[in-house]
Design a protein around this ligand. Sequence first.
Ligand code: PMP
Length: 361
Amino acid sequence: MGRFVPQPGIMDIALYVGGKAKLDGVTNVIKLSSNENPFGPSDAVKEAVARSAHDLHRYPSTDHADLRRAIAETHGLDADRIICGVGSDEVLQFLAQAYAGPGDEVIYTEHGFSMYRIIALAAGATPVSVPERGRVVDIDAILSACTERTKLVYLTNPGNPTSTMIGLSEVERLAEGLPKQAILVLDGAYAEYVDGYDGGAKLVEMRDNVVMTRTFSKIYGLGGMRVGWGYAPREVIDVLNRVRQPFNLSNTALAAAEAAVRDTAYLEYCRKENARLRHWLAEALGEHGVPCDTSMTNFVLARFADRAEAEACDDFLQKQGILVRRVAGYGLPNFLRITVGDEASCRRVAHCIGLFKAGER
Ligand code: PMP
């Protein structure tokens, strides 16, 4: 232990390892490792970003009123129940910071998003990982893991890195069965990829113990801008706004997100293209002997014979200038997570996996 002693739990946090962005000596990397939108943001967003340069000397809005109104109008929600953060990561963190501390438990699922554990430990709370069943969330297992100390349950739907989705009635059953002091946090980072799915917004309206989080990093193509939002009961919003820094989002980030949420035609285009290319990619990989679970997201979870084969394939892809994601850290050692890229990237990754399966190394 060094001279300055951190709070309990902090040194249990493993430093976050994100998807690689670069490969030594390769100029045209095909990056399929972070579930980004290969088409980037719309032209309307780029214009809004350029316009925001005129305001760089001004502090940004503290209440995000314009962005919240744009989100509320587009999604048919109540603007007063929306909170915006630096990515949905920050909204997820506000929840732990405000509601979970030493002695409290924070539940998430076996293959759940890695930030849940980090956020719980950073708040001084105890992280509790609950097993899934065949890469699908097990609601009964979550309910049995709940105690009088459970404060938060984080659930991604559809899941990352599983790509699978559980039905709204199952989610409702979970919300219904939670202990009185616990909040269900429905992480809808990939909700827009599911046709007709509201990410759990209706459930938030119906119940007082559910919060939904969403992001601009995926379908809106704004991973580099860092904007996310949450929809919650008024009581929770009031609490979260007390831990939120007043100037957490920049003028540029606010302008980009507002333009993005209003550009519903572009969203629809990205949703359709993703569905078409995802279907093609999953089929192509299947034909090469690499099956994928039915994905509801912008990535597929590709299954290999064992960990050694998955890692060898990843090494081979890197040699071809392609980055995908190993998910051993999520308890899925014999899988690779592959983002659905543009058509050329999908064709290239499928072709290279075909070569690998045919014996080229
Ligand atoms: N939840 C899930 C399930 C994710 O996959 C991600 C991004 N990888 C996030 C939340 C956080 O996204 P952001 O902070 O970029 O909004």
